[in-house]
Design a protein. Structure first.
Lengths: 533, 541
């Protein structure tokens, strides 16, 4: 049997990024994916005869350096960015629309409030400036506070310089706003509730937080890091759906010599004398490796797959307390005609190309969140939808003219329900109905146009994709699981407590979303350690 | 001819008085100006009802810095802290392992008894409680120095102010990893999430988490509330006195003791002397003008112990400050969230879960049956309503200090949360809702002690609006500004101005709006005074 320098567990986008970087450095890499295909949550699947982005739909946060380093274009990656970033229809038939073009956004905001139109450019500038700093932070490995080395000192200086580069005003601002509730942050610039909610939404997306929760501003700024997103946030599609991104990453990894095995479920990470020795597969097969890189979430990696004795009770206690409160469900719809949103005034063709946001006000989001706190599903969930078939007709090729796919993530739908379970008959369908009802309210006639529908509950996310607690970000991205202490203090530098065991997924700094950043950083650290040996 | 002082201090609250004492102690000719007829600001004792004396706004002291008690020899000046023993959490019929009249959770200072009580609820929690307590004392020991340092400005190029942080970082590095991790969690987590890691008993978690939300506009599930849990352990490590206590003669007793100390050290204190304006000449504060009389008082330095907003937007001539700074002051969040209900009663409350007038009434009585009810109380407030089922922290001072009421009668102090300063439009103003709020509090208490209704001789309801009107605390925030992460340490009250200085030369802040925040702690007043003395090149004596 061949011997590998490193075994990568899971073939989600971060794991593939790590595998590709390691393989390009001449290491022999084996990637083991439990499912029958690569990509994890970045997947394009079939529904009702067309192709849909099954979980994630946009890839706007993918780091450009990764596209460049791994030459993903030559492996088939094509990206499309519509002019419109966000279309937020309101119950009163009006809409807040954020465009790639700042001036165009300002124009539209004027209809809501002169103040908001006036303040938008400054706010956009601030978000970009702070986002640039966070992008710098995100691309660095957090310093080692226990035994600071020269590298850490340099990182420290570099960050110090970037920090000072912000200038006194922005430097003061970032220290003040990072731990802030995003509702307060947006209120410092905007007076219109609809505008506030449209901008603030990204501060709570995929998190078990409401806009009034402290730390949500850090998430908003992190989402704007390194992608020119600004106040509007990015909206970019991969032609062929997110699965195409995964395929291009897998292509790059294979081209560099990595071997990828699908249908190979890792059931244990083996170790001896606090050093990894390899992995064991469901079939009983054991594969030796002195380096194991986990693309799975940290809880599953440490609590389910690692040897409890090696980990020790204290670390196991900490790892089992790592918070993974999933609150997101996914509803995919195939419709036989393009929805007509009342607020789009006939401009649907153009306005529906970006992210469509149903979050009518800060308190509306907060109330939807309240339900989740008590283990209930919001009756009127906050929705973020896209219609990728508008920018990428290839998804609906061969289907009758007018067919479109709607990719909807619904929040808040807690993984942990107070009464009953997601397996109860009708539970998932009730959520699907609630989602369609919200959409129908904004786009009358949509309900009757649905040809196919699938509801993916947080429990499905855990079972089918191995996301503990159904958390799409591999764990809550709050201030207590952040930077130096993501996933856990002392394990924030991609090295887990067992020698040779690494974490390269969204559970590592800088966290979740399709960025590839944790994978890129982890690869850098792993190669550094390999050289030292 | 205007009188002339070395230092004049606006506001005779506990922080203003502490500053005065330290300045006078260093030989400065110091004058304190208090608008009301009584000293103490929010720490006052008043006879609201013939024969019954109340700590009208505040109720307990747990944080008063021991170095202040020592430096100012407060016991000699009448400070006498009477220990409150334990926390009693009553439950309703049917709740808890014990049936009948409902159960209760009663923790006392006697560790062994508390552990036995907890074991009744959960063996795990009893074990975790020991470990948790030790851990928190370790944490408190580590965090304590922060209360005594002047926050650095991270953006300044001058490294000297950063040195204390460096020391802190080194101590942090020496902590075992698990403690480091717990510290990070304390700074960032919600009280409920933090406690979930150790405990399963709902009333225990709810009662402990309550200390994380007092005075804030946050819920027990809001990130940033875990930190306040630490404060409960500060007192324990000081060893100066018990973690929780009430001053003899009410919280006004603390203010009077500090006032007496200040006078003894040579400070002059004038009551019913409201300041109308701070005099500024060529960018320096040179004194104050009193309201009404228009009397001018000159001083080399002016210290304001009133909150940031009133100091900068109320007491300065418009145009004194640049608009950017004023904008940041406006941004500083107050959002009073608590109220107070003071009761005079002819008999003690009788709890269905533990009838009779036993020891359990001598400590804090916490109406916090479950995490959900605590959080729901917050949900009401988020949308501008006072809590239908509020969290109530009840104290019966007369059981430890009978002088507060006629023989056989009692005063009851109820700290209540939540009562948001800004009510939803449909509710009108607090003047419309005051009594409805008071009724909600009585109803809440009656759920657990039905006899409260017929025992009331007199009821005084303090809404956030009342607190603002009487004490001048903006929006009725008892901490002179929310204690949220973005308003602590080097961000308090305004980034770049966390070192008690202000943009106006010789004008200083010394109240709870500054680091380290509110509570009857006195640290603000002390550190501010020391900074002033340093700037004058004077020794603290």
């Amino acid at each position: 049997m061949t011997n590998f320098d490193a075994v990568v567990v899971g073939a989600g986008h971060n794991a593939l990024v790590t595998a590709a970087y390691l393989a390009r450095a001449g290491r022999r890499i084996l990637v083991l994916e439990a499912r029958d295909r690569v990509g994890g949550a970045a997947e394009t699947a079939d529904l009702g005869g067309v192709r849909i982005p099954r979980l994630a739909d946009t890839v706007g946060r993918l780091r450009p350096s990764i596209v460049k380093d791994l030459d993903l274009r030559s492996h088939g990656l094509r990206l499309v960015a519509p002019d419109v970033r966000v279309f937020a229809p309101q119950p009163d038939g009006r809409a807040v629309t954020l465009w790639a073009d700042q001036a165009r956004t300002v124009d539209g905001l004027g209809a809501w409030s002169a103040n908001d139109a006036d303040r938008y450019p400054d706010f956009d500038r601030l978000v970009r400036a702070l986002g640039r700093f966070l992008a710098e932070l995100a691309s660095q490995t957090p310093p080692d506070i226990k035994a600071p080395g020269l590298g850490d000192a340099l990182t420290g200086l570099k960050l110090g310089r970037t920090f000072r580069g912000l200038g006194k005003h922005d430097a003061h601002t970032i220290l003040r706003v990072l731990p802030m509730a995003v509702a307060d942050f947006v209120a410092e610039a905007f007076e219109t509730d609809a505008v506030r909610a449209t901008v603030a939404w990204r501060g709570v997306r995929h998190s078990s937080l409401g806009p009034w929760s402290a730390g949500s501003t850090a998430i908003l700024l992190g989402d704007s890091a390194g992608n020119d997103g600004g106040a509007a946030g990015q909206t970019v599609f991969a032609v062929g759906g997110p699965g195409a991104l995964s395929e291009s990453l897998a292509g790059a990894a294979r081209a560099a010599g990595a071997e990828i095995r699908c249908g190979a479920r890792v059931v244990a990470i083996t170790s001896r004398d606090n050093r990894v020795t390899g992995v064991a597969l469901a079939g009983g097969e054991e594969i030796d490796a002195s380096v194991v890189v986990s693309g799975l979430d940290p809880k599953q990696t440490l609590v389910e797959l690692s040897d409890p004795v090696t980990i020790g009770p204290s670390m196991r206690w900490r790892a089992s307390n790592y918070r993974t409160p999933g609150v997101v469900a996914k509803v995919n719809l195939v419709v036989d005609r393009l929805p007509r949103f009342t607020a789009a005034g006939g401009q649907d063709e153009q306005l529906l190309r970006g992210r469509i946001l149903a979050a009518p006000g800060i308190d509306a989001i907060e109330r939807a969140f309240d339900a989740a706190k008590y283990g209930r599903v919001s009756e009127t969930p906050v929705l973020e939808a896209t219609i990728p078939s508008l920018v990428d007709p290839s998804l609906v090729e061969g289907a009758p003219a007018g067919t479109h796919v709607l990719s909807v993530s619904a929040q808040y739908a807690p993984y942990a329900l107070r009464d009953g379970s997601w397996d109860d008959a009708g539970r998932a369908d009730a959520l699907g109905d609630a989602v369609v009802a919200v959409l129908e309210g904004l786009a009358p006639g949509l309900a009757s146009s649905v040809r196919a529908r699938e509801v993916i509950t947080p429990l499905d996310l855990e079972r089918e994709y191995g996301l503990t607690g159904g958390h799409p970000l591999h764990g809550e991205q709050a201030l207590d699981q952040f930077f130096l202490w993501r996933p856990l203090l002392g394990s924030g530098r991609y090295r887990l407590p067992i020698d040779g065991l690494y974490l390269c997924g969204s559970g590592a700094h800088p966290g979740g979303g399709i960025t590839g950043q944790p994978g890129q950083n982890a690869a850098r650290e792993i190669l550094a350690d390999m050289k030292r040996r | 001819m205007a009188e002339r002082y070395d230092a004049v201090i606006i506001g005779g609250g506990h922080n203003g008085l502490v500053s005065a004492a330290y300045l006078a102690r260093a030989g400065l000719r110091t004058l304190v100006l208090e608008q009301r007829h009584v000293l103490g600001g929010a720490a006052v004792t008043e006879e609201l009802f013939p024969g019954f004396r109340f700590s009208v706004f505040s109720y307990v002291v747990s944080l008063l810095r021991p170095e202040i008690i020592r430096d100012l020899q407060l016991p000699r000046h009448g400070l006498d802290i009477l220990p409150l023993d334990g926390t009693f959490t009553p439950l309703r019929p049917g709740d808890g392992p014990r049936s009948g009249g409902g159960d209760y959770l009663w923790r006392v200072n006697d560790h062994g008894r508390t552990i036995r009580e907890l074991r009744r609820w959960s063996k795990n929690d009893a074990e975790a409680y020991e470990e948790y307590g030790q851990l928190m004392v370790e944490m408190a020991r580590f965090i304590k120095p922060i209360l005594a340092i002047t926050p650095p400005d991270l953006t300044s190029l001058d490294p000297r102010p950063l040195l204390p942080l460096g020391g802190l970082l080194r101590t942090f590095q020496q902590l075992p990893e698990r403690q480091q991790a717990v510290f990070v969690q304390l700074m960032t987590m919600s009280a409920a999430d933090f406690l979930d890691q150790w405990f399963e008993t709902d009333p225990l978690k709810a009662t402990m988490s309550a200390s994380g939300i007092i005075g804030t506009y946050l819920g027990v599930r809001s990130p940033g509330t875990a930190y306040v849990l630490l404060h409960h352990y500060m007192g324990e490590i000081d060893g100066a006195f018990r973690a929780w206590g009430i001053p003899k003669g009410g919280t006004g007793g603390v203010s009077n003791a500090i006032g007496n100390a200040a006078r003894a050290l040579g400070a002059e204190i004038r009551t019913e002397a409201p300041v109308e304006r701070i005099l500024v000449r060529d960018g320096r504060a040179v004194g104050v003008v009193l309201a009404g009389s228009g009397e001018e008082i000159r001083a080399d330095v002016v210290l304001s112990s009133v909150d940031t907003r009133r100091t900068f937007l109320g007491l300065l001539e418009p145009g004194t400050l640049d608009t950017e700074f004023e904008e940041q002051v406006r941004r500083f969040k107050f959002r009073g969230s608590s109220g107070k209900v003071n009761l005079a009663v002819d008999r003690l409350p009788d709890f269905t879960s533990l009838p009779g007038t036993g020891e359990h009434l001598r400590g804090a009585i916490s109406f916090s049956p479950s995490i959900d009810e605590m959080e729901q109380a917050y949900d009401d407030a988020k949308y501008g309503h006072f809590s239908r089922k509020p969290y109530v922290d009840m104290i019966i001072p007369t059981l430890v200090d009978p002088t507060m009421a006629p023989p056989g009668k009692h005063v009851i102090s109820c700290f209540v949360q939540y009562a948001p300063y800004r009510l939803a439009p449909e509710l009108g103003t607090w003047d419309d809702q005051r009594e409805a709020f008071g009724d909600a509090v009585i109803d809440r208490i009656a759920e657990f002690a039905p006899n409260i209704r017929d025992s009331i001789l007199f009821r005084n309801v303090q809404t956030p609006l009342d607190i603002e009107r009487t004490t001048g605390l903006t929006e009725g925030n008892i901490f002179q500004g929310e204690l949220t992460l973005e308003q602590l340490f080097f961000n308090r009250p305004v980034p770049g101005y966390a070192r008690f200085r202000t943009p106006v030369r010789d004008l200083w802040l010394c109240g709870s709006s500054t680091h380290p925040g509110g509570g009857i702690m006195g640290a603000n007043g002390r550190i501010a005074a020391l900074e002033v003395l340093r700037s004058l090149g004077r020794k603290a004596a």
